[in-house]
Write a protein that binds this ligand. Sequence first.
Ligand code: PMP
Length: 460
Amino acid sequence: MPLPNSIEARDIAFHLHPATNAARHREIGPLVIERGEGVHVFDASGRKYIEALAGLWCAGLGFSETRVADAVYQQMKTLPYYHTFAHRSHGPVVDLAEKLVSLAPVPMSKVFFTNSGSEAVDTVIKLVWYRANAMGQPERKKFIARDRAFHGLTIAASCLTGLPANHRGFDLVGPEVLRVTAPDHYRNALPAESEEEFATRLAAELEALILREGPETIAAFIGEPVMGGGGVIVPPEGYWPKMQAVLRKYDILLVADEVICGFGRTGTLFGSTTFGIEPDIMTLSKQLSSAYLPISAVLVNEKVVEPIIEESGRLGILGHGFTASGHPVTAAAALETLRIIEEDGLVENAARSGAHLRAGLEALADHPLVGNVRGVGLVAGVELVLDKQAKSGLPEQPGGLGLLVNTRLQELGVLTRAMGDTIGFSPPLIISLAEVDALLAAFAQALDDVAATLAVRMEP
Ligand code: PMP
């Protein structure tokens, strides 16, 4: 039990945490992080941890990049706030919009600014609906998303998110969402089905769904290039080109949710580049500012934006946006982050450190608790099992293995997240090979320790 008046006790007393078991929190309290340095964070007692998920897949620059702090301070002194409603603008927002269009992996036309990944996704839904109406196709409103997708947690974004834990208890009402299978070859492929055959089957599933619903009723398909929150699901060979061909055939927009993948995570600047995706719309956030300040962006191509611009002329206004859309200080943070990513070669570093990380994780594939190792660039997932044949974890306790290994990892000085029984790795882009080695050593140790505990526990 925390001491009275300690920060832990006050956290329990006053703070309702997101994505937390609030009842259990009353018993165990928070892990209080006090400061950061490079890929490390330190708790209130001075203990040092490797942040193996870059916080929430976002702090690409690590936890002590003062160049961003300086850029933010300068901007705060020049123009700490201005808005972008009603034809107003300022330098940082224009510079950032131009920069993002220039970096985009396919021709993009305009940028709409928002403050979180969820707001970006909600904005996509509204822009796509507005466009459908503008084009005289008011019935074209349904979205297609995948099982285990994560697209955020505002009401509309939650509806696209395909994780039961984010739906339970809310009775969500929102956009009509059609579901297709997650491209998880380990879990969802048929016995002996190759990656290519699996991808072909998923594209056929998509086409059958579109025909069943009526292509003229479907607005867009949204997908993360690599699914993050669903358990680091790397699509099988050929998946994206095959899915894309079906969407093109029926003139359905493709939205790449690059909130995690954007800015180097997959070893190139965008997940769309890594997987040959040619999206009509992209959502960006997280590493865009290394999450030092909240900012997100929606990139749209000419085909998407032109009818929207025309319609706003007819209706008098594009009636969407936020007080902090295109905030000068968050834009300055993003511009400096992008400059550092380019100048310091962090995409290349992510590719190099990521290859080292994935090789190290692959080397653990024969460990009795490891069922599946997957990854690309500097993002990886290790799915834990007790029975490799049955691909099953702790009986009656889904996610139990993930919890045990994650807890042990924390004790060994590595912070990450378990998504069910999958341990995620998505460290800052700046991570060195030596720091990857330290992370891998702790993970191997955690696996051994948990295996030993379970062997004792399961002795007859
Ligand atoms: N899209 C994806 C792919 C995400 O991973 C996330 C957050 N993890 C979001 C959207 C939502 O972002 P936010 O939490 O900033 O609303």
